[in-house]
Design a protein around this ligand. Structure first.
Ligand SMILES: Cc1cc2nc3c(=O)[nH]c(=O)nc-3n(C[C@H](O)[C@H](O)[C@H](O)COP(=O)(O)O)c2cc1C
Length: 224
């Protein structure tokens, strides 16, 4: 099993440590684990080059390309971010913006429909579930078959300050989740909603006039 990990922050806080717990639980089955930090990425330039022409011409391709390659080769994609003001970190969103061309409405990678996603977030009080939901939404639109959402209220500003009873509960939940994630690898299938949206996009691509790059891609994949 190949795992790609996207860290939505550089520091090793609660979210990073919980992600580490999950990786440790999955380590026996992991063939490779490639980890990426989104902190150094530049924001999307809004040039539409990826969507309308060719993603390799993105002005930030040298930074985002290796991450995208790893994601496309992985069996499991883990994306983690703390809750910042009721949303994912800005740096994580910057990465997701660079994946706009991979949405089902444009050029989804064929391998996504066989992948498992994991969205992880922590919060001091409330809001981590909102973050995992929005990360899972991104993966849904990439065409990822199934995304597990793991959100935790830690009542702390750092992992060191998380109470030991809470850490024990988190660890137990992670152990159970790791088993589920491992079980789903190569078995998860896109749900009804995903298949429906893909069918709608197919109709749209058949009549596509404004974006020949997308249409060509759908034709080359034999989808239209
Ligand atoms: C900029 C910023 C915004 C935050 N916004 C919220 C918030 O809206 N609600 C909340 O309960 N905690 C909020 N927090 C607290 C963090 O979500 C919480 O401490 C989290 O566990 C930090 O994860 P980390 O240790 O991985 O950095 C915020 C923290 C920061 C730094």
């Amino acid at each position: 099993m190949k795992i790609a990990v996207l860290h939505g922050q550089n520091h090793k806080g609660s979210t990073w440590n919980i992600t580490r717990l999950l990786l440790d639980e999955m380590s026996d089955k992991a063939e490779t684990v490639l980890e990426f930090h989104t902190n150094e990425l530049k924001p999307c330039a809004g040039c539409f080059t990826c969507i309308a022409r060719d993603e390799t011409l993105c002005p930030h391709r040298s930074a985002v390309g290796p991450i995208i390659d790893a994601i496309e080769q992985a069996d499991v994609i883990i994306a983690e971010s703390p809750n910042y003001c009721m949303g994912m970190s800005g740096q994580m969103k910057i990465f997701f913006d660079h994946m706009g061309y991979r949405w089902m409405s444009h050029r989804p990678h064929p391998s996504m429909k066989g992948k498992t996603g994991v969205a992880i977030s922590t919060t001091a009080g409330i809001g981590a579930a909102k973050v995992t939901k929005s990360i899972a939404r991104q993966m849904f639109w990439w065409g990822v078959a199934k995304t597990y959402r793991l959100s935790f209220a830690v009542s702390a500003m750092s992992w060191e300050n998380v109470k030991s009873e809470r850490k024990a509960r988190i660890t137990n939940r992670i152990k159970r989740s790791a088993k589920r994630v491992i079980k789903s690898v190569h078995k998860a299938k896109p749900g009804l909603k995903s298949r429906f949206i893909f069918a709608v996009m197919k109709t749209q691509q058949k009549g596509m006039s404004w974006n020949p790059a997308d249409r060509k891609y759908w034709e080359e994949n034999g989808w239209i």
